[in-house]
Design a protein around this ligand. Sequence first.
Ligand SMILES: [Zn+2]
Ligand SMILES: [Zn+2]
Length: 133
Amino acid sequence: MITGRCECNKVRYEVAGELKDYCHCHCSICRRLHGAAFASWGGVARNELSYLAGEENLKRYAFSENADSLFCDSCGSRILVDFKPEADMLYLALGTVDGEVTCPPGFHQFVGSKAPWFEITDDLPQHDGWPND
Ligand SMILES: [Zn+2]
Ligand SMILES: [Zn+2]
C-alpha cells in the first residue's frame, strides 16, 4: 500500500497497488509547476487510487488540452497529473508519497528541455522527449 499527502495534510490518498511507471520529467511545464529542476512521477492504476481526505480540496489546472494537474487548493502541493488519453492511469507526484516506495526501473524524459543549471549524474536512461518517441 502506497500512502501520501499534501504539505498541509488536507489531501490524503492511498494506492492499493504498485507503481507501474517511474520517471523524472525535465519538461518546462513540470519544472514550472513544481518550481524545481524536474518532477518525479509514478504511474498508478486509476482504480487503485482512493482519497482518504480532501478530494474536495483538489483543484485542476489544465496545462494542455489533454492533461490536468491536480493540486491542493490550500498549500499548493501538486498531487497528480491526469492525462486524459490514458484512461486507466494517473501519475502521482512522487514527492508527496510517505516513506519508502518500491519503484520499477526509472528513466529521465524531456531531457531536451532540461534546466541548463542542473546536471544529471545518475546512469538511468535519458530520453529527449517521451520515452517511446
Ligand atoms: Zn494541502
Ligand atoms: Zn513534464
